[in-house]
Design a protein around this ligand. Structure first.
Ligand SMILES: Nc1ncnc2c1ncn2[C@@H]1O[C@H](COP(=O)(O)OP(=O)(O)OP(=O)(O)O)[C@@H](O)[C@H]1O
Length: 686
């Protein structure tokens, strides 16, 4: 750890000859004392001999001193380990005995010099070995400068450390049986504190094969502090299967994301949640992802934005279908729901296990033919599809949890990615089951309490803390998504920033997408139309002179439906007790003018009322309002003196007749478009 701290603090080691010399000296220092001791004893023997050679008094004194020193060494070493005590006593006994002999007989007399030359180095080496063993066998903990002890993991060991520019990685081995990777994860803030770094600078990547090993990663300098502006798409005309680049990581490498699956890597296409608090940079994160998507040749995108395309207006011509929130977005959801099985069926018929770029091309390969005789079918290709719901809390409520999880599950094998952004990343916006059906997340700054919603526990444990950013670091994010190396999940990245100067490039990009990007294939277009009717027109070609691409077909003004609108098969509370078939009261003077082009003032007979009701549904369909409920008939009821309870009953009948389909929300019904040839709606059309 000391080594690691050094790397963190200096980040540049010594260089040149003096650096190498210093390094070697530092490494050799602990091993020099035994050799200096041996040399000292040799010198003392030589000096002593000059003074005491042949003196009987000195002989007695030196022998007694030698015994006393040896015994003393043994006694003093009482607190040391047995081996160490013995080692010290042997060293002292040999040294003092040799010194006595050298003083009295002379250092070169008889075997005295040989004993010195053999025994001295042997003993010095034995001490070197002891020191070396201690350093590599537990001694490291104390060589950590007490840091691991300070953070409460005294017996943890730091093995090999690796330094890269602005990143130090060290292998950590925790104490077997008493410490786990979880202990290390919870110690990360204390390590950051000990090294005086921000919490997000210290991460731990547990070894998946061990409960007590992992890599400690320290990134001392925040390389993301500098804002980098978006300069255009990374791969114009590439495939949606190529990585989407939405920013960079804190070591400068690109922040990537993949939407389609990859059979070779064994992953399916993914759905993405963009989660972040207000001001965290969700808008720019979305623009990064959308501009990447729209710059690819084999993908279409449908897009719902309750904020009237505030951030996305320059991209409007590039979408296959764009709607604002409310009812049009309910229609879009239902239409995507219909497109998913249709696409899966087509992919299956053409023997694709999941969407791959080849599926987007004309089907000339007999291996992917839908013909029973196995010859190439030549069917038009099916581009990948992205269905994007901005500020999706209401949309999700409309769909219902079960429906969403179902469609999310199926969509992954239909070459459809759902992208959802949430105003507040929390469970009151999205249920647990819905959250778990979104495998990918771009987690921007949020309230600390919402971290658990944004990111999986193991990524938080590895050191990710979007709650530390809140909205103070816009664009900072963690990206968790299949295809990204899991070691990267806890590494912060930052999106590119979109400035007003980017608008022109975005407009050009949308134009490119309109001219050269994929259009919806017939299967998808047909499925979307089967639900949305006139509301889905597909992306008009740039020079058709058609209405502004992406502009939703205007729907009749509809009073906003309350989230708690409980109609459907049930009767509105205010209409309870009313007989639906009861004679209607005579029209009152001063009633509002009728809508739907009907005459006012005449009470329709029950048969007439039914005909008028069917006509009203047709008119809703023609206007592109494909989801209706009793409240949408408010003016109509007033004009025809019919109650909402009566309308509720007719809606139920229309459902049983196959003219309407259920939506995920009680009291809201989806109109099943009439086939273009005018034939009656098939009961199975839903
Ligand atoms: N990657 C980035 N680098 C620098 N600044 C950024 C980045 N992303 C966003 N910003 C800036 O942060 C501010 C807030 O961004 P943005 O409006 O996208 O946040 P938001 O999460 O969409 O907020 P809200 O939910 O309120 O709409 C803006 O001024 C934007 O320019």
């Amino acid at each position: 750890m000391q080594q690691l701290a050094q790397m963190v603090n200096t980040r540049e080691g010594g260089s040149g000859a003096s650096g190498v010399g210093n390094y070697l000296l530092n490494r050799a220092k602990p091993h020099l004392p035994p050799w200096l001791g041996a040399a000292g004893v040799g010198a003392a023997g030589w000096l002593g001999n000059m003074r005491w050679e042949g003196s009987p008094g000195a002989a007695v004194g030196l022998t007694l001193t030698s015994v006393a020193v040896t015994g003393g060494a043994y006694v003093i070493g009482k607190s040391a380990s047995k081996q160490r005590r013995l080692h010290s006593a042997i060293t002292t006994a040999f040294g003092s005995a040799w010194l006595t002999a050298a003083c009295l007989a002379g250092p070169a007399a008889g075997p005295v010099d040989d004993l010195y030359l053999m025994g001295g180095p042997a003993l010095a080496l034995s001490w070197n070995v002891r020191i070396f063993m201690r350093a590599s066998d537990g001694g490291q903990a104390s060589a950590d400068g007490g840091l691991m002890e300070k953070i409460g993991l005294a017996r943890a060991q730091i093995r090999a450390a690796r330094a890269e520019p602005n990143r130090a990685t060290a292998r950590v081995e925790l104490d077997a049986g008493t410490q786990t990777n979880d202990d290390m994860a919870s110690a990360l803030p204390r390590i950051a504190s000990a090294l005086d770094l921000p919490a997000s600078a210290v991460r731990y990547q547990p070894d998946p094969d061990s409960a007590r090993r992992g890599d400690l990663v320290i990134v001392p300098e925040d390389m993301l502090a500098e804002t980098v502006e978006w300069e255009g798409p990374s791969n114009l005309g590439g495939s949606i299967a190529d990585p989407l680049v939405i920013g960079r990581y804190d070591d400068g490498s690109p922040l990537l994301l993949w939407l389609p699956g990859d059979e070779k890597q064994g992953r399916n296409s993914t759905h993405v949640l963009i989660a972040g608090g207000t001001g965290s940079g969700k808008g720019d994160a979305a623009l990064n992802l959308q501009t990447e998507i729209l710059s690819r040749r084999d993908v279409t995108m449908v897009f719902s934005d309750p904020k009237s395309f505030q951030d996305f207006r320059p991209l409007l011509p590039g979408y296959d279908w764009a709607v604002e929130g409310g009812t049009p977005s309910e229609v879009m959801v239902a239409a995507v729901q219909a497109a998913v099985p249709a696409r899966t069926r087509w992919l299956g018929q053409h023997r694709y296990r999941q969407w791959v770029p080849e599926a987007a091309r004309e089907q000339r390969d007999p291996k992917h033919s839908c013909r029973p005789d196995g010859t190439a079918c030549g069917c038009p290709g099916m581009p990948f599809m992205v269905a994007w719901f901005e500020e999706a809390a209401n949309t999700l409520r409309f769909m219902g949890d079960d429906a969403f999880t179902g469609i999310a599950q199926e969509a992954r094998s239909a070459g459809v990615s759902l992208v959802i952004s949430l105003q507040r990343p929390s469970y009151d916006q999205m249920s647990t089951s819905t959250r778990s059906s979104m495998p990918s997340v771009i987690a921007l700054g949020c309230h600390p309490d919402d971290e658990g919603f944004s990111l999986p526990d193991e990524v938080l444990a590895a050191g990710a803390h979007p709650g530390a950013w809140r909205n103070r670091k816009p664009g900072y994010c963690y990206v968790v998504s299949p295809g990204i190396d899991e070691d990267r999940y806890a590494s912060p990245g930052r999106t590119w920033r979109f400035t007003p100067g980017a608008v022109e490039t975005m407009e050009l990009l949308a134009l490119w997408a309109q001219r050269h990007g994929a259009a919806a294939d017939p299967i998808t277009a047909q499925a979307l139309k089967s639900v949305a009717g006139a509301a889905y027109a597909g992306r008009p070609a740039p020079d058709t002179g058609a209405s502004e691409p992406g502009t939703p077909v205007p729907a009749p003004a509809v009073p906003e439906t309350d989230a708690d609108d409980e109609g459907g098969l049930e009767v509105d509370p205010e209409d309870e007790g009313i007989d639906p078939e009861q004679e209607l009261p005579a029209p009152q003077q001063g009633d509002d003018a009728p809508i739907f082009g009907q005459e006012a003032g005449r009470k329709p007979t029950p048969a007439e009322a039914r005909r008028l009701f069917a006509q009203a549904l047709d008119e809703f369909e023609a206007a592109g309002q494909m989801v209706v409920g009793p409240k949408d008939f408010y003016d109509w009821c007033a004009a025809h003196q019919l109650s909402r309870a009566w309308v509720s009953e007719r809606l139920k009948e229309a459902y049983l007749d196959g003219r309407l389909a259920e939506t995920g929300k009680t009291g809201r019904w989806r109109i099943i478009p009439r086939p273009e040839d005018g034939s009656p709606v098939a009961l199975t059309a839903a």
